[in-house]
Design a protein around this ligand. Structure first.
Ligand code: ADP
Ligand code: ADP
Length: 228
């Protein structure tokens, strides 16, 4: 589904952020990328949705080079969740979730139904929350909205960059559990970046350990525990 073939990224100032990356992420897999700050995790994610270009190598999604995709098509098909809760403050929860479906030309009725469905997925009552502004929700609730907003137009792939690291430990644990069961239900391909090994072991079907722009180990949580 996502295939890195000898992919490298060198920034303009010469920083080699990712070096000769070879990696295959399977459809429906919960794939966790872990490593210390600065090891290239975010760079890897940003290459997948073409926020940055590759310096070398080939990156394929469903067998096609990402450079051959229409950029809108590609971005629509890839949800992105960031660490900083990036909801639009002046827009209601419903409006926040509807941005991409509206761009895709979905009807009002279809969007309305989808918002109900998505809020239900993360345990928020639609009647209560759909017309609220982000600041009227707790941090944990806002991050739930961040997650479902990325799912709104039913993308195949979801990229998550330390989505829970700004939360308190209790909300964090709850969201981890909910995301885990949600992913098992909807079977989306998730690429999840973290620097927390406990989180990685809890969530990942497979875990990719990075250091200095290189993959040092890829395996199931069991593999990773047995060969640390
Ligand atoms: P991580 O997500 O693992 O913290 P990043 O992918 O953000 O790592 O960064 C990898 C390396 O690339 C770091 O050394 C970082 O300082 C550098 N880097 C990131 N973005 C840029 C940029 N726009 N220009 C130059 N160097 C960058
Ligand atoms: P948490 O303890 O999880 O951070 P809060 O104490 O911030 O949660 O909020 C508890 C409840 O109050 C939540 O249901 C949230 O939606 C609601 N709430 C928080 N702030 C506001 C607000 N400014 N207006 C209306 N409801 C709010």
């Amino acid at each position: 589904m996502i295939k890195f073939d000898n992919v490298s990224k060198k920034y303009q100032d010469g920083t080699a952020a990712v070096k000769s990356l070879n990696l295959e992420i399977k459809a429906g897999e919960f794939f966790v990328v872990i490593g210390p700050s600065g090891c290239g995790k975010t760079t890897m994610l940003k290459m997948i949705n073409r926020l940055i270009t590759l310096s070398e190598g080939t990156l394929l999604i469903n067998g096609m080079r990402i450079s051959d995709y229409d950029i809108h098509e590609l971005r629509w098909n890839i949800g992105y969740v960031l660490q900083q809760i990036a909801l639009f403050p002046h827009m209601s929860i419903q409006e926040n979730i509807s941005v991409v479906p509206e761009l895709r030309g979905w009807s009002k009725e279809r969007i309305h139904e989808r918002v109900d469905e998505l809020l239900d997925m993360v345990g928020l009552d639609s009647k209560t929350y759909r017309n609220r502004k982000p600041k009227e929700l707790s941090g944990g609730q806002q991050q739930r909205i961040g997650v479902v907003r990325a799912l709104a137009a039913d993308p195949e792939i979801i990229l998550m960059d330390e989505p829970f690291s700004a939360l308190d430990p209790i909300s964090r644990e709850k969201l981890q559990e909910d995301l885990y069961s949600l992913q098992r239900r909807i079977k989306k391909t998730i690429v999840f970046v973290t620097h927390d090994m406990k989180e990685a072991l809890k969530l990942g079907d497979r875990i990719c350990v990075m250091r200095d722009g290189e993959v040092v180990q890829v395996g199931t949580p069991e593999d990773i525990i047995q060969r640390p």
